[in-house]
Design a protein around this ligand. Structure first.
Ligand code: WT7
Length: 653
């Protein structure tokens, strides 16, 4: 890994001295899929002794295949093909195969923000997915044609995803909070043929308009031939005859008979955009069979899914967590997955707990940023509700600070639920490091141990394993079934970014240490991506947005530690000559970023600077800005700084 001065050094000391230990709750292991630690150890040992046999055995037992594969893994570093030659369909594995035994079981249980509830049985979901798959076909969508999905969190979002999977049309789900510009960039990069959207969605009691943003985006996205619009909020939207179709009118014309296509194991299942460090969002490509297997088996063993469970992962389908652990993983297991459209504090901060009580939720999976928010809102909200149905809790998105972990355990879990702190990424497709609830003793703040089949390690930049408790790069040494296959349209970027940093291993940017028990402690990203409320935002994207404003000359964006959001965005800007540094302009810039990228990227603070601290090679020294933003003493080397007076001015300003 190049040691450019702009790169945060991996100077990791353990700030965390966490001694508390939590054994799996008494009796939990007795009925869990993985019953005790010895079982995990055996499974793990077997999985790494012969990974291909391990995955092949699971693929055979856990999934339906139309035709067997010829080769388990074809590995041409860094390009993997899993279950080569096999024929499979993820939508079949999520729906059709459950019909004989679970046709009447609730597949999707949904609550809208205004309070309406819908339950779709497996039979109903199957019928709706088939209808929509036929509808897509009628619009000329076939195998390999990309469909963009830009929707609120309603059952139709999952229906659209499953319909795409059924006919081999890769989907790209775009988070409903993104702006028209962000939608446009993704539509163009993926060359989407159809966009599925809604008039709007409900959020914090208000309507978030979606269709107008799609119209704006599609005006500059020539690949798009049709827009399918679901009526959700009922407000007026413009419909362009010939191009735009109402969801309900369209599906009414189609039958619920649509056999799942026997797709190739390596057919692209979806493209999901994630922020990189270099500006342009990366289209992470996932394919069918390996992803199906991995999201299935991780859901089963980590969430310990059984037929009686009502499972709730609070993620939006616009993120990978929503793909793997709201839709595909749970449904592949025949589980009941709960979806909630809106905000956690609508109409009051008790909304989540009220729904857990009402729907008898048994498994709850959320993000540390949400947990910190609940803590701030106060214990009285969860205490008003009976949370006795819960039996397992989990988190994802960023390291969870031990005090938040303990609060989650005590106040939400009533001290009886195991907590799974799950580490993974958009690129990994599924959970990589995690406790298994019946087997693993947990330590608050640690994601604990690798999932079977995953060879994780902490290494230096040459790839040598670090000593216990020594900070280093978190890497994966062996390919796994749900690993990203490439960056859409840019295999070189894939190679360079993930397999070109540390020799012959997968590295996607996190620092970590392993303790003497082999437990992993993830310390966050080593590059300059900012994690706001668990969402990874590229500084470059935000900087580009700022600079696109006529008043701004240059911009540098950094994260500042934030108790609630994990990190808050702080921007430093220099203005064009002749522009006055006024307070109203700062508001205007903030609004501009929201328009360009979305509300998620709104800078918490923007500061005027006379100049930005740069290296001689012109790289902004973010490390220094980070210290300034956090208000801490500048430490470390400043010798590569081109002009030292810049720093003085920034500090004084
Ligand atoms: C990055 C991936 C995978 C879905 C959520 C975000 C951070 C994720 C943990 C965890 C510490 C975590 C990492 C990772 N992260 N889970 N349990 N402990 N850090 O997906 O947007 O692809 O972000 O989130 O930094 O690299 P993503």
């Amino acid at each position: 890994m190049a040691s450019e001065p702009g790169h945060r050094a991996i100077e990791i000391e353990s700030i965390l001295q966490e001694e508390r230990r939590f054994k799996p709750p008494a009796g939990f292991g007795e009925r869990a899929w993985i019953g005790d630690f010895a079982a995990y150890q055996q499974l793990y040992a077997r999985s790494v002794a012969d990974p291909e046999a391990f995955w092949a055995d699971l693929a055979q037992k856990e999934l339906h295949w139309f035709a067997p594969w010829q080769q388990v893994l074809d590995w041409q570093e860094p390009f993997a093909r899993w279950f080569v030659g096999g024929k499979i369909n993820l939508s079949y594995n999520c729906l059709d195969r459950h019909l004989p035994e679970r046709g009447d079981k609730t597949a999707i249980l949904w609550e809208g923000e205004p309070g309406e509830v819908r339950a779709l049985s497996y039979a109903q979901l199957h019928a709706e997915v088939c209808r929509f798959a036929n509808a897509l076909k009628s619009l000329g969508v076939g195998r390999g044609d990309v469909v963009a999905i830009y929707m609120p969190l309603v059952p139709e979002a999952a229906i659209a995803m499953l319909a795409c999977a059924r006919i081999g049309a890769p989907h790209t789900v775009i988070f409903g909070g993104f702006s028209g510009e962000a939608v446009r960039d993704r539509l163009n990069d993926a060359r989407a043929k159809v966009v599925v959207t809604a008039d709007g969605g409900f959020r914090k009691g208000a309507i978030v308009a979606l269709k107008p943003r799609v119209d704006e985006a599609v005006a500059q996205a020539t690949s798009v031939q049709h827009i399918v619009c679901l009526r959700r909020t009922g407000q007026e939207v413009a419909m362009q005859p010939g191009r735009d179709l109402w969801w309900n009118e369209l599906v009414a014309r189609h039958s619920s008979d649509c056999p799942a296509e026997a797709l190739d194991s390596e057919d692209v299942l979806f493209i999901l955009y994630t922020s990189g460090t270099t500006g342009k969002p990366k289209g992470v490509v996932h394919t069918t069979a390996g992803y199906n297997l991995y999201s299935h088996i991780t859901s089963k063993w980590i969430f310990d899914l059984r037929d009686e469970d009502v499972y709730w992962c609070t993620a939006d389908v616009g993120w990978i967590t929503g793909h793997s652990y709201v839709v595909y993983g749970p449904l592949s297991n025949g589980a009941t997955t709960f979806l909630y459209e809106g905000a956690p504090n609508q109409p009051d901060p008790g909304r989540f707990w009220q729904m857990i009580e009402k729907h008898r939720i048994t498994i709850f999976y959320t993000a540390p940023t949400a947990i910190r928010t609940f803590i701030k809102w106060g214990d009285e909200w969860p205490k008003r509700h009976d949370l006795g149905s819960l039996r397992l809790l989990a988190t994802v998105g960023e390291p969870i600070n031990p005090e938040a972990w303990i609060w989650y355990h005590r106040v939400i879990g009533g001290e009886r639920c195991p907590i799974c702190d799950t580490w993974w990424q958009t690129e990994t497709g599924g959970i990589m490091i995690t406790p298994l609830p019946g087997a693993t003793t947990t330590k608050p703040g640690s994601a604990t141990l690798p999932f079977p089949g995953i060879v994780a390690d902490v290494v230096d930049r040459e790839g040598n394993s670090c000593e216990a408790n020594e900070g280093g790069y978190l890497v994966i040494r062996k390919p796994w079934p749900s690993m990203l296959r490439t960056v859409y349209g840019d295999p070189e970027r894939y190679r360079q970014n993930y397999w070109g940093q540390v020799p012959h291993v997968y590295f996607a940017g996190d620092g970590a240490r392993r303790d003497a028990d082999g437990y992993f402690w993830v310390m966050g990203r080593v590059d300059d991506v900012i994690s706001v409320s668990g969402h990874r935002l590229g500084t470059m994207e935000i900087e580009s947005a700022l600079v696109s404003h006529p008043a701004v000359a240059e911009a540098a964006v950094v994260g500042r530690p934030d108790d609630i959001k994990g990190e808050a965005i702080v921007a430093f800007v220099t203005v064009e000559a002749g522009v006055e540094q006024t307070a109203p302009l700062l508001d205007e810039l903030r609004a501009h970023v929201v328009k360009e990228i979305g509300a998620l990227a709104r800078p918490e603070e923007i500061r005027y600077a006379e100049a930005l601290p740069k290296t001689r090679s012109g790289k902004i020294m973010r490390r220094l800005l980070r210290s300034l933003a956090a208000g801490v003493e500048l430490t470390g080397d400043t010798s590569t700084l081109e002009d030292r007076s810049v720093l003085e001015k920034l500090r004084d300003g």
